[in-house]
Write a protein that binds this ligand. Structure first.
Ligand code: CP
Ligand code: NVA
Length: 299
């Protein structure tokens, strides 16, 4: 594996399969991995709020016997109190790995560039690789396969969408994306991921048609709060509700990275239905991230 995990695009298919195999082992037998990070320290540098990413990394590091240091927005003031380069060089002298949640993707890239230790992207404005890996692991766990699975991503062409694009194309998932006009995924990522251009549209009904899995995320991501009201109107036809979900396969699964807004991107009825696997998805963040840490630290 590369030194860092910045994007799923950094991983080969073999490396992803290796992470998934290790994840299954860790999930089955937690205690067998209890001392793997003994004597090691990992810092979480977070510029944005978090529930799942922060808690699953902290608990995961603790379960592996390691030490975790949370550095929230007020602590390091990445790039404000000190340059990203100096933070990276300093922390490399103390730590064994860094997990970073930033506004600018370039800040994660710079942390990785200037640090001697692995840097894991815990969400930037461009990608959310830990989420994408946990999501694909969850689909495999539920459906027993990934190849040919029809995954419909409906909503904003954002960081979560981008990671699903990279991962789906590598693993043979048939990903269809529908966004409002002007909210399509990043063009460079579209090109790099190799997703067929015909799989991206502005038609949620078409994208959800015969889907095995329906996926959505918030309409306004962290950092886009000022656009939230305006987006509610622009995205209103992209809500996952019973009318739209009726176009999917009968036993479709519903996924959401969370946090969710009932009544906006998804109706309460769908989010709380038997189709919804959002908390299995959230749980798998823990297991997958433990596997990522061990893989990057070559343990
Ligand atoms: N899905 C996810 O990353 O959640 P948090 O923002 O709560 O970490
Ligand atoms: N797209 C969302 C994901 C949150 C986990 C955001 O960036 O806020």
């Amino acid at each position: 594996m590369n030194k860092d995990l910045i994007s799923i695009n950094d991983l080969s298919v073999k490396e992803i399969e290796g992470v998934f195999n290790l994840t299954s082992k860790i999930k089955r037998n937690k205690s067998a991995f209890a001392n793997k990070l003994k004597g090691k320290s990992v810092a979480l540098i977070f510029q944005k709020p978090s529930n799942r990413t922060r808690v699953s990394f902290e608990v995961g590091i603790w379960q592996l016997g390691g030490n975790c240091i949370y550095l929230g927005p007020g602590e390091i003031s990445l790039g404000v109190r000190e340059s990203v380069e100096d933070v990276a060089k300093t922390l490399s002298r103390y730590l064994d790995a860094i997990v970073a949640r930033t506004y600018k993707h370039s800040d994660v890239l710079d942390l990785a560039k200037y640090s001697k230790i692995p840097v894991i992207n815990g969400l930037s404005d461009l990608t959310h690789p830990c989420q994408g890996l946990a999501d694909l692991f969850t689909i495999k766990e539920k459906l027993g396969k990934l190849k040919g699975v029809k995954l419909a991503y409906i909503g904003d062409g954002n960081n979560v969408c981008h990671s699903l694009m990279y991962g789906s194309m590598k693993l043979g998932v048939n990903l269809k994306i529908a966004t409002p006009k002007g909210y399509e995924p990043n063009k460079k990522i579209t090109r790099e991921s190799g997703i067929p251009l015909g799989n991206i549209s502005n038609d949620p009904s078409e994208a959800v048609g015969s889907a095995d899995v329906i996926y959505t995320d918030v309409w306004a991501s962290m950092g886009e709060e000022s656009e939230a009201e305006q987006r509610k109107n622009i995205f209103k036809d992209f809500q996952i509700n019973t009318r739209l979900a009726a176009k999917a396969k009968k036993n479709y699964l519903f996924m959401h990275c969370l946090p969710a807004h009932r009544g906006e991107e998804v109706s309460a009825e769908i989010l709380d239905s038997k189709h919804s696997i959002v908390f299995d998805q959230a749980e798998n963040r823990l297991h997958v991230q433990k596997a990522i840490l061990l893989s990057l630290l070559a343990i």
